[in-house]
Design a protein around this ligand. Sequence first.
Ligand SMILES: *[C@@H]1O[C@H](CO)[C@@H](O)[C@H](O)[C@H]1NC(C)=O
Ligand SMILES: *[C@@H]1O[C@H](CO)[C@@H](O)[C@H](O)[C@H]1NC(C)=O
Length: 471
Amino acid sequence: MWSLAIVWISSLLVSTQAQGTASVWRGNDRSGRCQYSFTVASPTEASCPSVGSGPEMEALKSRLELLEVMVARLAGGEAPRAAAGTGLQEAYTQAIGEKAQLQREKDRLAQQVDELQQRVAELQKEAEKLRSRPCQQLPPPTVPQHDSSLRPGAGTALSHLVSRPGRTQGDTSSLRDPSWQYGSPGYQELKAEVAEVPAPRPEDTEDYTGCGELLFVGEPVTHRKADTIAGKYGVWMQDPEPVAPYGPGMVWRIDTIGSEVRQLFGYEDMEQLSRGFPTKVLLLPEAVESTGATMYRGSLYYQRRRSRTLIRYDLASESVAARRDLPHAGFHGQFPYSWGGYTDIDFAVDEEGLWVIYSTNKAKGAIVISQLDPHSLEVKRSWETNIRKTTVANAFMICGRLYTVASYTSPNTTVNYSFNTATSQSKAISVPFKNRHRYNSMIDYNPIQRKLFAWDNYHIVSYDVRLGKQQ
Ligand SMILES: *[C@@H]1O[C@H](CO)[C@@H](O)[C@H](O)[C@H]1NC(C)=O
Ligand SMILES: *[C@@H]1O[C@H](CO)[C@@H](O)[C@H](O)[C@H]1NC(C)=O
């Protein structure tokens, strides 16, 4: 501050010495801005009082000397006027130099940004090219004894808790019916042409809430990422026909890693689920197998661990309300979905009620759909499809139709098969479906939300769906 004042004042002095000729000078003003002044001697303005002499100038000089003494004292040494001037000049030159260097640096960085942007554009083009090539489906990976994606270090501590996902031969052979042969020549492979689903016209689907064929699945929306290994696989649900004391907003969740999965978490609404604050934790009387559970009319429906026993757990009384074996159903790795995980028996709810998706030895591994009495768990009616359960990533029901997803790992896969229970007709379709997190372990339809609920590699996600009008 002081030095600025000195510059300002000394500039004033310099200018007064240059009297008689036109001159220009510059110096910083008090706020540090550069100030330019012009002095032009004018013969006609003799009335203008000269500042070069007289008492004002003397006063100014003495005040300046005073200031200099103060500055010197503050700086802790003698600071002659000239030295201060050159010091500032040097600082100024240095600042100018630094500014130029910063400008050069800025230019260089801008160029780098340009280059990177160009590179990104090239990579995007490359990615597009790769995507547009025909997709070669990799065989489902053989899942190692212990899931390799478990975090290192957690493995030993958790290994006794973690059920082994995937079909390991030694694990399931004892439970497998010996008469069952995997490559049975009598098996009927589906050889249908892919029927392109016409793009829906907006007026066809807008606000349409009736039943129909699946036309479109939206982008996955993440509601919560599980924060522990226990949440790698799981199932989340919302009762489409809730019963008191639970309201329609209630969301339920089961983390299904572990050999004794018995905890059912309840969240007041989606927001609480997203924030990870359960309002209810129920301990189920029997352990849950895998991710096939569903919620319907105030009950949790699930498969009891290592059995074909279906359980209806009543939420209001917090007790088992019904239990029944699902006749001939394969379980514990006999007919899982392609990702394994003992997903042999999968409940589903749609506009037409409660279903269970599974397979039997009699069906030779083809998906069997049974409609269940929600009260007693009795099978009302069954359909045998012509698609092998172990080849599909997952399956769900919408409006009495079964749909299967081709891959659980590919970020860009399709729902490529449907089976209509009304006509017992199957059909190849191609509705794009995204496994954004590349390990989708659960997909269920919710008929009230009209969304697919899924659990994709720690991520609790949902997808909007669009249905076509019934012809
Ligand atoms: C993958 O998804 C993108 C974006 O939705 C799409 O443009 C592309 O056609 C898809 N690729 C394949 C092979 O389905
Ligand atoms: C669906 O996709 C899977 C994987 O690409 C394929 O193996 C299967 O044959 C397809 N099914 C139909 C019905 O097109």
